[in-house]
Design a protein around this ligand. Structure first.
Ligand code: ADP
Ligand code: MG
Length: 339
């Protein structure tokens, strides 16, 4: 499938999964991939962590205002002038956070309450209201995502979702509030969020997992819950940190040393053999889990290699995006095919 077509299947892509599986890293890699294919990208971080910026070579946490992670080329910068300053130019990536407090401030300001909004906020009103109306924080954040999607700030908005347990609440709050609230602004905001989440052309979820037993079990459960409870469309599952196959694992360290006709310290040979066995076991487990995932969750998989590195920076980001791109190129184009 064409990369730009893949990245524009829905205007919002929520990247979700268990903590530590690589959601933030995959958000960065997807953003890079989409921008390289000529799309404009906005990354939305909910916790203001610096991971996404670091992958692009930046530093510091993100802010409610947009930060440029990747500028557009000269040609695309020209286009920006035509589009107006609020729109992200083609090929560029920007990132920002959305917190419930900021989203509420902005909502109040947009509704003629700017003068009181700061005071309300400093009085802890959000906490008060959040206690009284469960899910209101999620609606505020998703309401802002919906507004950004509506105003077409970017071709693709990537949302770095909270860890799985919270994602479920995060995404089902709107439906819950819709059932509970009879009318008024909360209900209409919730209704608009539900509209966004249930329209596959506007919003999808990409689940991220590792090729290990627990994460695979969790991602399968999460996928069915998301479909049943939220009715949100699921894109491919990203299987992150796959060990790349390594040649020569069939030969024991002993055999290899003898074949090479060298003398090595016994301790070294033992260590080499342990490393070989670890790798063999790891690759077997991984293959088994990838196969189980395919069997139990009928979604296409995008496999991303584990990089033997201390930190993910721009060079690593290139490799991760390449891997995602290769996976995407092998997907079938679903257009015209019933889901
Ligand atoms: N494919 C990969 N290869 C190597 N390290 C990775 C890979 N993906 C993620 N990491 C590292 O794993 C850690 C967790 O990733 P992160 O994206 O922060 O996870 P999450 O957002 O799901 O909590 C980070 O230190 C990140 O640099
Ligand atoms: Mg993260």
């Amino acid at each position: 499938m064409d990369i730009s077509a893949f990245c524009s299947q829905s205007r919002v892509l929520i990247v979700a999964g268990k903590g530590g599986v690589g959601k933030t890293t995959m958000v960065a890699a997807l953003a890079h991939l989409a921008a390289r294919s000529g799309l404009s990208v906005l990354v939305v971080e909910l916790e203001g962590r610096p991971g996404v910026a670091a992958a692009f070579g930046g530093d510091g946490p993100l802010d409610y205002a947009e930060t440029v992670l990747k500028a557009a080329g000269a040609e695309a910068a020209d286009e920006d002038g035509r589009d107006g300053p609020a729109t992200i130019p083609a090929g560029a990536v920007r990132a920002r956070t959305i917190t419930p407090d900021d989203a509420l401030l902005e909502y109040l300001a947009d509704h003629g309450l700017k003068r009181v909004s700061k005071r309300l906020l400093s009085s802890g009103i959000v906490d008060l209201v959040a206690g009284a109306i469960p899910g209101i924080r999620d609606i505020l954040v998703l309401g802002k995502v919906k507004q950004l999607e509506r105003s077409r700030v970017a071709d693709l908005i990537l949302v770095d979702a909270p860890a799985t347990g919270h994602t479920m609440t995060f995404l089902s709050s709107a439906g819950g509030l819709l059932d509970a609230a009879r009318g008024g602004p909360i209900r209409s905001q919730a209704a608009e969020v539900v509209d966004l989440l249930s329209d596959p052309a506007r919003c999808q979820v990409a689940l991220v997992t590792l090729p290990e037993e627990m994460p695979v079990s969790e991602v399968i459960e999460a996928a069915y819950l998301l479909e049943d409870r939220v009715g949100i469309a699921l894109g491919p599952v990203i299987v992150n940190s796959c060990y790349p196959p390594s040649a020569g694992l069939d030969t024991t360290a002993d055999e290899a040393v003898r074949a090479a006709d060298v003398t090595l310290d016994d301790g070294l040979v033992t260590a080499l053999e342990e490393a070989r066995q670890f790798r063999v076991t790891r690759e077997e487990l991984q293959a088994g889990q990838i196969e189980r995932l395919a069997r139990e969750l009928p979604l296409p998989q995008l496999r991303v290699p584990f990089l033997f590195t201390d930190a993910i920076g721009p060079d690593q980001l290139d490799l991760l995006s390449d891997a995602l791109g290769e996976g995407v190129a092998q997907l079938h184009d679903p257009s015209g095919v019933a889901p």
